[in-house]
Design a protein around this ligand. Structure first.
Ligand code: PMP
Length: 399
């Protein structure tokens, strides 16, 4: 008789994470995700949500969801290619393409599903995928699902990308396709990919460009249209623009914009899209309403940037280092893991909710509190957060 416990690893691996303080301790948000909210029974200032523009609470976005439940029901009943493709889904794709200024758009269930479903179809055996070394985990998983060769270039470094492309171009037998993938805004540091230089290089070597603009939409570019607009790039220079409705748009869902050819290809090839149920009508309608709000109420993006500039300056004036941040993602560098953890729990005690980001997500000596600005924070809220950072910074002798 075997004495081995087939599921013993579940507890032992979990306990190992707990012992190394690498387990996720889930916080419970009681009520909506608003700048002042209740987390684990405590009223706090929310400084770590991706709900950049607070659209998840916008009356028009909420109403659109309610109306869609009444007109179309709670669920779609199927995957899109069978019986789950509602007028409400098609309308969202048309609206998104108009917003992006693209020929066509395609909506996935999540951004993760977009990356996992499309990347392995764009490049497979006989091709090469070239990635920024700090790309998001969903891109990494999408790449893992592909049989293409892989190469990485140094973070945001076109000078390092160039020889990688040159080498790929000389590969024998010649690659069928070359795909360069980068995040638009990097979620750990809040820095922006030099997309124009990357796109020019890719173009010179006949490679496709795929940008994941999850943190650039609603943030960068005129009216929050994203990184492609931010750099004024022509559509044919960035063939695949991927994004998500789960951050600045305030809802959930992934998407891809580009040519009609790209969308037709993806409709027929992306397994995550083909084999997974479509969005409930309320989700698709709320996403469409969020696009309407972005187009008609420019003040949200403006407020986001005013708050971002005010908070980042305040934090730097206190003597903290905000690294390479150029966007509403503002890391406050702490150094060691223990300092970041201690800082975050003191912040929470003082009514400010911001999480520590530590190894293995970032290098061991680059632990930080990652703050994320929000359009709906008031000056009073931000001043309160700044005083908490000042008090704890002095208490822990970091400033
Ligand atoms: N790409 C990036 C850069 C992200 O930060 C995220 C979300 N963490 C995703 C993709 C996945 O998006 P979604 O939440 O829609 O699955």
């Amino acid at each position: 008789m075997a004495t081995r416990d087939p599921v013993g690893f579940l507890r032992s691996e979990y306990e190992q994470l707990v012992n190394n303080e690498l387990d996720w301790k889930l916080r419970e948000l009681e009520g909506p995700s608003t700048p002042r909210c209740v987390v684990d029974g405590k009223r706090v200032l929310m400084l770590c949500s991706n709900n950049y523009l607070s659209l998840s609470n916008h009356p028009k976005v909420k109403q659109a969801a309610i109306d869609a439940v009444k007109t179309h029901g709670a669920g779609s009943g199927s995957v899109r290619p069978i019986a789950g493709n509602m007028d409400i889904h098609m309308n969202l794709e048309r609206r998104l393409a108009m917003f992006k200024g693209a020929e066509a758009s395609l909506v996935y269930q999540t951004g993760f599903a977009a990356n996992a479903g499309l990347i392995p179809q764009l490049a497979d055996a006989g091709d090469i995928i070239i990635s920024d070394e700090l790309n998001h985990g969903s891109i990494i998983d999408g790449v893992r699902l592909s049989k293409a060769d892989r190469a990485v270039y140094k973070h945001c470094d076109p000078a390092d990308l160039k020889p990688v492309l040159e080498k790929a171009e000389e590969h024998s037998p010649a690659y069928r396709r070359m795909l360069v993938i980068t995040d638009g805004v990097f979620s750990m540091d809040g820095d922006v990919a030099p997309l124009k230089d990357i796109a020019d290089l890719a173009h010179a070597h006949g490679a496709m460009i795929y940008v994941d603009d999850a943190h650039g939409e609603g943030v960068l570019g005129a009216g929050g249209r994203g990184i492609v607009h931010h750099f004024g790039l022509k559509r044919d220079r960035v063939q695949v623009e991927m994004g998500t409705f789960s951050k600045a748009f305030g809802v959930v869902g992934g998407h891809v914009s580009g040519s009609r050819d790209l969308v037709n290809f993806a409709y027929n090839k992306s397994r995550t899209w083909l084999l997974s149920g479509s969005h409930p009508p309320a989700v698709a309608a709320a996403c469409t309403a969020a696009i309407d709000v972005l187009e008609t109420e420019p003040q949200h993006v403006r407020n986001l940037w005013e708050n971002t500039n005010y908070f980042r300056k305040g934090i730097r004036d206190l003597g903290f280092d905000t690294g390479k941040s150029e966007t509403p993602i503002i890391p406050v560098m702490m150094g060691e893991t223990s300092a970041a953890k201690r800082f975050s729990s003191r912040l929470f005690e003082m009514g400010v909710f911001a999480l520590p980001i530590v190894f293995p997500m970032v290098a061991k000596d680059k632990a930080r509190i990652r703050t994320i600005m929000n359009a709906a924070l008031t000056r009073g809220d931000i001043d309160e957060a700044l005083s908490a950072f000042e008090k704890i910074g002095e208490e822990l002798r970091l400033i």
